[in-house]
Design a protein around this ligand. Structure first.
Ligand code: IMP
Length: 423
């Protein structure tokens, strides 16, 4: 039996989908613990590419149970589209998908409020999926949850009450047209028939699986630097992608967690606004974007690209307790003459001792780089660590030594077969 947490260790888009897909071969259950359809997990199986937003990538492996935990916020339309997509691609879903009764529902007003907020002066660069406003309602204790789908009268009452308040806000504060109450009530009342069969008591289910000796993988979305507490606030998402969120987002206690796997992209990317010390706005950044196909899986936005930031990684390794790392997209660095790694942040002539909390200070730091010799060889065919060019191994050994984790997997291409297992 083992329970592992899988976290994105940078600003998201580290390639979690592929690694969850690989790992799910040895896990019986994969449970997602936070975020919503703002995430986009890309998995390449043979010549087919699958992009999932809500349902764990384990659904693409026969027999793996997939769970959406209470920490996730669910857009019912996005969920049903994804269920249809999975079924159309001949993967079984019935009896394999379980959705927490305590997960919150994204409502049409959440998306509207997300876009209103983004039209103001402080733009976070959200995905526009209503994530922040849904978590606001959750913590304001006004949310509508998956369990409410089981009681139509109560569901209708809650939607009407919430809409009355939101329509007041839209009209009186934002001076925009009110939402159509009847249309929304009608739409949401249809979801129960389609979603009811997946609703489960997730904490009981997961703890039973653990007691039965099953292997459970807890899958985070986004990344540690987008964490609402530990990320580059306020340029963050509204949930806890760090490993602590795995417990609060599923109902598995911390005493049951055995290991934390960090997904670590071999360079850094970020979408949306906010500080990014190692960002490259030159031809190397363009090279990374082009070769790495660095465009958002959810929004299609070009991702900002830069060198690996070991200073930030040491911080996220600490906060998450990462013991094992999966290095992803290493092949994207092939062909570069030299590769840099940020080892420290300089601020006002001094190196900072710790990762700064204030984005204003983070915005002003100058990265201090260590430079490595690049490699020209195409590494996508390498099947073992030993087959990698010596320059590649030097780079990996440096990341391992400086960040303080073991490297368990190295991904050298998007396919399942393009993965080196180092254990
Ligand atoms: P939200 O999660 O849509 O509210 O967006 C908040 C911030 O998180 C923005 O900078 C988004 O670009 C970023 N973000 C949200 N989801 C992802 C993701 O899956 N990958 C990378 N960035 C994300």
């Amino acid at each position: 039996m083992s329970v592992s947490v899988l976290v994105g260790s940078q600003w998201g888009d580290e390639g979690k989908g592929k690694i969850v897909d690989i790992l799910s071969e040895r896990f019986d259950v994969v449970a997602r613990y936070q975020g919503g359809a703002n995430a986009g997990h890309t998995i390449q199986i043979d010549d087919n590419q699958y992009i999932l937003h809500l349902i764990p990538s384990g659904i693409l492996r026969d027999g793996v149970k997939c769970v959406i935990g209470n920490g996730v916020v669910i857009d019912p339309n996005a969920l049903l589209d994804e269920i249809e997509f999975i079924e159309n691609n001949d993967f079984d879903i019935e009896g394999r998908l379980f959705i927490s009764q305590n997960a919150h529902l994204i409502m049409p007003y959440h998306k509207l409020l997300d876009s209103i907020s983004e039209s103001g002066t402080k733009k976070i660069g959200t995905t526009g999926r209503g994530i922040g406003p849904c978590y606001i309602d959750k913590y304001a204790r006004k949310g509508i949850r998956i369990v409410d789908l089981l009681n139509r009268d109560l569901l209708e009452k809650k939607i009407r009450e919430n809409l009355q308040e939101k329509n007041n806000l839209l009209k009186k504060v934002y001076n925009i047209e009110e939402l159509d109450v009847e249309a929304i009530v009608e739409e949401y009342l249809t979801f129960d028939k389609k979603i009811d069969k997946y609703i489960a008591d997730v904490p009981s289910l997961l703890n039973r699986e653990i007691a039965d000796g099953k292997n459970v993988l807890l899958e985070g979305a986004q990344g540690a630097l987008l964490d609402v507490d530990f990320g580059t606030y306020p340029y963050v998402t509204s949930s806890s992608p760090t490993s602590g969120g795995a417990c609060t987002g599923t109902g598995i206690p911390p005493t049951k967690i055995d290991s934390v796997i960090g997904i670590v992209k071999a360079y850094t990317t970020r979408v949306g606004n906010g500080p990014f010390p190692t960002e490259l706005e030159d031809e190397v950044g363009e090279h990374l974007r082009k070769v790495g196909a660095e465009f958002g899986a959810t929004t299609g936005r070009p991702r900002r690209c830069g060198w690996f930031d070991a200073f930030a990684m040491k911080y996220t390794t600490m906060v998450n307790g990462i013991d094992h790392a999966a290095i992803t997209k290493l092949d994207v660095l092939s062909g570069l003459d030299e590769i840099k790694v940020c080892v420290a942040y300089e601020h006002n002539g001094k190196n900072l001792k710790t990762f700064p909390s204030e984005v204003e200070r983070l915005d002003q730091v100058t990265p201090v780089y260590e430079t490595f010799k690049g490699w020209k060889k195409d590494i996508s065919g390498c099947k073992s660590y030993d087959e990698l060019p010596s320059e590649t191994k030097t780079y990996l050994d440096y990341l391992k030594g400086t960040c303080g984790f073991e490297i368990s997997y190295v991904s050298v291409g998007p396919r399942r077969s393009e993965t080196i297992v180092c254990e």
